[in-house]
Design a protein around this ligand. Structure first.
Ligand code: GLY
Ligand code: MN
Ligand code: MN
Length: 439
């Protein structure tokens, strides 16, 4: 199914604006390669986020070339039509149809890339590309420069500047347009539905992977391509392993289950964490820790609004979490001193969020000119405080040992404040117990 027309105009418009921002020079961005998993089996194909943002063109083996300056030009290189390969692997659009459908001034077969790049790059001041992402591409670009230098006596000048294309692309990807926000909203809805399904599926004796299967079932059932990252399904103390992905243990009555899972829909990620009791009812100790993390998250979300600096949500969360650690008897001392000396770090060792978009940890700087950058409308981030009270830590009062809790939502900055995209996943103790009570 080809994407609706308005989307394709949108990609062309993005490229036009980028060409204007470049001023001069040539940008060249390659589509992601297909990657062999073992022998002749491939990993499921995933496009390159930058290439997709620029084109929407879904086929592998493609390159986009943008020339700025007096003679601006948008060019696509892609696979030629090939009746035999299309029988095995599905249709290829071919350059002619691709140029028309995807709004390029011209398109050519991939086999002509090296020859034509010498023409595009001759006498240009600069090449923009994703420096250092792929050493084969680094070598290819350098090869073009060397080939042009070899023509020096014929009066051809090679570009003298290599510029990291991320400098221009990342700032644009950071602020999402209405079309992107619509896709992110859908990714968030699908992911929230999967968390609801997982809560109802959890029960003592079931395995973490069974719950993972419920999540991925719901992702695919609702049209998401795949998880946006490997789901974390961590029962009890496994929640204290931040990147736990084994997901192979049985769930125990009386334990919590931490699930960090989000879908990728039409190229955009959601990223949700919920922590809930396997039994459906929080214990007193679990409740105490949960309310602290929930309050920290509310304080952090309140700091996501235009003009507040990136670090404000983190600072707000750290303050509530540290006070909570005092209240639980894990830490003792004066609050500001505990924050200043990072006494909370053994129990809260990660940051409170990250940019979210096509990549789960999305493009965009966090500081500008050495200072935390201000939030602007259209930016999307996660807010994900947690407390991890490790079972082996004898600083932790016995009732709280082995409790790991994180609560993560996806938040878009609006003109006046923020909007949480992931509210459909039950979050308060009352909401979770009511939802699980319906099992
Ligand atoms: N799921 C990855 C993260 O929360 O950052
Ligand atoms: Mn996250
Ligand atoms: Mn996450």
């Amino acid at each position: 199914m080809s994407p609706p027309r308005f989307e394709l105009d949108l990609y062309r418009q993005r490229r036009l604006e980028l060409i204007q921002a470049m001023g001069e020079g040539v940008m060249v961005i390659a589509q992601a390669p297909e990657v062999v998993r073992n022998r002749d089996a491939h990993y499921p194909y995933r496009h390159d986020s930058y290439f997709h943002w620029l084109t929407g063109f879904p086929e592998p083996e493609a390159v986009v070339v943008l020339r700025a300056g007096r003679r601006p030009r948008q060019v696509l290189f892609c696979r030629e039509k090939n009746a035999e390969r299309e029988t095995w692997d599905g249709p290829r659009l071919g350059p002619k149809a691709a140029a028309e459908l995807y709004g390029f001034d011209a398109a050519h077969p991939m086999g002509q890339l090296d020859r034509r790049m010498l023409r595009y790059l001759a006498d240009q001041p600069a090449v923009y590309y994703l420096i250092g992402r792929d050493s084969a591409w680094d070598a290819r670009v350098i090869g073009w420069l060397n080939a042009l230098r070899a023509q020096g006596r014929r009066g051809v000048r090679a570009p003298q500047q290599l510029i990291d294309a991320r400098a221009l692309l990342d700032e644009r990807r950071l602020v999402k347009d209405a079309h992107e926000l619509a896709l992110m909203r859908r990714a968030a809805e699908i992911s929230a539905a999967a968390h609801r399904r997982a809560m109802r599926a959890a029960a003592p004796g079931r395995y973490e992977y069974e719950i993972e299967a419920e999540l991925t079932h719901e992702f695919r059932r609702l049209g998401a391509a795949a998880p946006a990252y490997t789901p974390i399904v961590a029962g009890g103390g496994n929640a204290c392993v931040l990147h736990y992905v084994a997901n192979d243990q049985p769930l125990k009555d009386g334990d919590l289950l931490l699930i960090d899972a989000g879908a990728e829909y039409a190229g955009y990620a959601a990223d949700i964490t919920r922590t809930f009791p396997v039994s459906g009812r929080f214990s007193g100790a679990q409740r105490a820790v949960y309310e602290i993390v929930l309050a920290a998250q509310a304080a952090a979300i309140a700091e996501v609004r235009p003009d507040r600096p990136w670090n404000a949500p983190h600072e707000a969360a750290v303050r509530v979490l540290t006070q909570g650690l005092k209240d639980l008897g894990v830490l003792a001392g004066e609050l500001d001193h505990l924050i200043e000396t990072e006494a909370y770090k053994p129990y809260y060792m990660h940051r409170t969020g990250h940019w979210l978009g096509m990549d789960v940890h999305d493009a965009g700087e966090y500081k500008l000119g050495g200072r935390w950058r201000p939030f602007r409308p259209g930016m999307v981030c996660t807010v994900e405080p947690g407390l991890y009270l490790c079972a082996r830590d004898d600083q932790v009062p016995a009732p709280y040992r082995g409790i790991g809790i994180r609560i993560e939502d996806d938040v878009v900055v609006t003109d006046t404040g923020s909007e949480v995209l992931t509210t459909a996943a039950p979050k308060t103790i009352e909401e979770i117990e009511a939802w699980m009570g319906g099992r």
